[in-house]
Design a binder for this molecule. Structure first.
Ligand code: FAD
Length: 418
């Protein structure tokens, strides 16, 4: 009897934005010619961009998450809920809490973790803001602090929230927490002057990645909302219920949230120091393959392409975009069709920022728009991404390309011609 060739085994490690998009695309392209195993430490996909709204209680956990098991079993993709503890890339093996897993090809998409930059007390005394569990914990803690505060006694930080990090995540979180406080304070009869939200950023301006005009707009909008900005003064230490700034100033608060930076998830470190950059992750070639092992690909926050001097901004769209390239190139590797591999070329994406109820900002090639309609557009974009994953509707992935094309058309035909 002729021997039946063994199907290659592809393991997708981490099923966030990059891993989920890759699993769905691989399933569509390989049509049963390879065994696909998706692994994640959690049992559901969370839509990160909606976490600020989850923290403010505007939306439910169910509305922004997709349980993996039902989705993957419908598609015939094997799923394992397990935390990957170690990667032995020389033996092509991952070690999880429930045993070891061999692979022929690995697509690493384990994302990132909070970066505390070694600041004393930061990890111990701050809430992180990276998952649905964090968002719900923050909401419950804030609600409890405000509901149990004593209005007659002196300020003990119960009614003050400090968010550290002046980037996109910190900005979105403070505006949504402001909406939460509006509700909680109205219910508990807490006057405006008794409550405070403070956003602390190390740079002189918020969102250092954006134009000065956008930063100015966001700063003045936040101030109008009663949010206090402490900028250009990095945090040097975090004590229990208190942050210490580099100029010695101290701010007391019973809720301190850390949104000041990320670093690659620790699994990526295990590919050896030559193949790993502490700040950016697994070192990849222009095909998004690990430089030391072409059977390993990485996408999203845990890898970086060493061919680029300036690294593209890490976002959900970036992880999805990279998964398109990695999946195509992985299929070329499997079929031996290596000359058809595609070099990764990062596309320019618009940046959406949500500023709480009824306000959003869209920044694109230096032009920007703000207002309620932009907030809606961001919501629509989020709903489309979720629907694409939830129902495996591959055509919805063209929404981003369409949006970018419309904006590019507007930019070149209208703005550049002025
Ligand atoms: C609060 C917040 C708001 C954001 N807002 C936006 C936004 O508005 N727009 C935008 O484009 N981007 C936003 N981002 C950034 C965006 O979410 C990330 O860039 C994107 O998720 C990166 O995708 P990824 O696939 O690399 O990682 P992730 O989506 O983080 O997925 C990583 C997956 O790996 C799993 N994993 C990690 N370690 C292990 C392990 N050891 N074992 C098993 N599984 C593991 C995790 O459970 C997770 O499911 C936001 C991020 C946060 C935290």
């Amino acid at each position: 009897m002729p021997s039946v060739a063994r199907k290659p085994k592809i393991v997708i490690a981490g099923c966030g934005f990059g891993g989920m998009a890759a699993a769905l695309d691989l399933h569509g392209l390989l049509k049963g010619t390879a065994e696909i195993l998706a692994i994640d430490r959690t049992d559901r996909f969370d839509y990160h961009a909606s976490l600020p709204e989850l923290a403010s209680g505007k939306i439910s956990r169910e509305s922004i998450s997709i349980p993996y098991k039902p989705l993957f079993s419908r598609l015939g993709i094997n799923f394992l809920q397990a935390k990957i503890i170690r990667a032995d890339w020389k033996k092509k093996k991952l070690l999880t809490a429930t045993g070891s897993i061999k692979y022929d090809y690995l697509l690493l998409a384990v994302g990132s973790q909070s970066n505390f930059y070694g600041i004393p007390g930061a990890k111990k005394n701050c809430f992180e803001f990276k998952s649905d569990v964090d968002a719900i914990a923050i909401r419950e803690h804030v609600t409890q602090m405000f509901e149990s505060c004593s209005l007659s006694e002196k300020d003990d930080g119960s009614t003050r929230i400090v968010v550290v990090g002046g980037g996109l995540t910190g900005v979105e979180l403070v505006t949504d927490l402001k909406d939460l406080l509006d509700k909680v304070c109205a219910r508990c009869g807490i006057p405006d002057e008794k409550r405070e939200i403070v956003l602390v950023g190390r740079s002189e301006h918020l969102n250092p990645g954006f134009s000065t005009e956008v930063s100015d707009f966001i700063e003045s909008y936040l101030r109008r909302q009663g949010i206090k900005l402490v900028l250009g003064n990095p945090v040097s230490k975090v004590n229990k219920e208190e942050i210490v700034l580099s100029n010695g100033e101290k701010i007391q608060a019973k809720t301190i949230v850390w949104c000041a930076g990320i670093k690659p998830a620790s699994v990526a470190e295990q590919f050896g120091s030559k193949n790993f950059n502490n700040a950016c992750g697994l070192v990849l070639n222009k095909y998004l393959q690990c430089i030391a092992d072409p059977s390993v690909f990485a996408v999203g926050d845990c890898g970086y392409c060493s061919a680029f001097e300036v690294q593209p901004v890490l976002t959900a769209l970036r992880a999805i975009e990279q998964s398109d390239y990695a999946v195509h190139n992985l299929c070329c590797e499997i079929s031996g069709n290596r000359k058809h591999k595609m070099q990764y070329v990062p596309r320019y994406f618009p940046a959406f920022i949500s500023l709480g109820r009824g306000m959003g900002v869209l920044s694109f090639h230096g032009i920007w728009f703000s207002g309620r309609k932009i907030a809606w557009l961001k919501k629509i974009s989020e709903k489309i991404h979720l629907a694409r994953f939830r129902h495996n509707l591959a055509f919805l992935e063209y929404f981003d390309a369409l949006l970018v094309s419309v904006l590019e058309f507007y930019y070149f035909m209208v703005v550049r011609r002025r």
